[in-house]
Design a protein around this ligand. Structure first.
Ligand code: HEC
Ligand code: HEC
Length: 215
């Protein structure tokens, strides 16, 4: 075998292996996702704007959030309680598989509100130095795909209603229930709380509209 054909054969072998997403199996996740789809919609594209889209969210972030729900640490709003009940019986393997499945789905179907997205784009892409607001893009990426290795969520094509709720929850430090506990004290939660506190209601409305239209 020449060096080239050997390399090609090795590549083909790698390509034939099941794709690992944070050690989960997307195939196994697909068969476990039936119950989730009742709220999060077919392929993780939900129709109720308070139920977040999961399609295209990165597996690492999904896993972290599911573990925080399971531990009862992600808030006590009615919506958070709904999700806490859903996560209670999931094993670590279920969580990894579900994350892998939703990460491979494609977000679809939402548009930005034409009145607000321009101002939202300015904030998303450039931040506002005069008010110490960093560009959202620096962490969530130019088209909102996030950064899986760092645990930064994808935000693109998310319902603006859900995004507004989460940004307000970070600003009020209510997204995580255990104000002195583990989930609340993560570096990532602090990062986003600090940023959200700087945002006005208009900023939040505008940037949420822009994010909703992102692909
Ligand atoms: C009865 C409706 C319902 C079902 C069923 C449901 N969820 Fe949820 N889920 C929600 C709601 C509502 C929220 C938002 C909670 C909040 O606002 O704090 C949510 C939030 C989430 C989040 C956080 C997303 C983010 O962007 O932070 C993840 C991950 C998630 N759900 C995964 C799942 C998985 C996996 C299943 C199936 C095992 C599932 N959900 C089943 C209603 C549901
Ligand atoms: C320094 C990095 C960084 C910057 C800059 C940043 N974020 Fe975040 N963002 C994060 C991290 C990390 C999380 C996850 C925090 C956690 O674990 O709860 C997050 C979470 C979020 C969420 C919750 C997503 C979900 O599915 O629940 C939204 C919405 C969000 N950010 C919007 C924004 C907006 C809008 C801006 C700009 C004004 C911004 N972020 C700037 C790092 C950042």
């Amino acid at each position: 075998m020449t060096r080239t054909t050997f390399a090609l054969a090795a590549l083909a072998l790698v390509a034939a292996l099941p794709v690992a997403h944070a050690d989960g199996s997307a195939e196994a996740g697909a068969s476990k996702a039936g119950v989730c789809i009742a709220c999060h919609g077919p392929n993780g594209n939900s129709s109720n704007p308070e139920w977040p889209n999961l399609a295209g969210q990165n597996a690492a972030y999904i896993a972290t959030q599911l573990k925080q729900f399971r531990a009862g640490e992600r808030g006590v709003t009615p919506n958070a309680m709904v999700m806490t009940a859903q996560a209670a019986a999931l094993s670590d393997e279920d969580i990894a598989d579900l994350g892998a499945y939703f990460a491979t789905q494609t977000p679809s179907g939402l548009e930005a509100d034409p009145s607000y997205w321009k101002a939202g784009e300015t904030l998303y892409r450039g931040g506002d130095k005069t008010r110490s607001i960093p560009a959202c893009m620096a962490c969530h990426g130019p088209v909102g795909r996030g950064n899986p290795a760092a645990g930064y969520p994808a935000v693109r094509a998310q319902h603006s209603v859900y995004t507004v709720e989460q940004l307000n929850a970070y600003a009020n430090a209510t997204r995580y229930d255990d104000v002195a506990g583990a989930a609340h004290d993560t570096k990532n939660a602090h990062m986003m709380e600090t940023i959200a506190k700087q945002l006005t209601a208009e900023d939040i409305r505008n940037v949420a509209s822009y994010i909703q239209g992102m692909r």
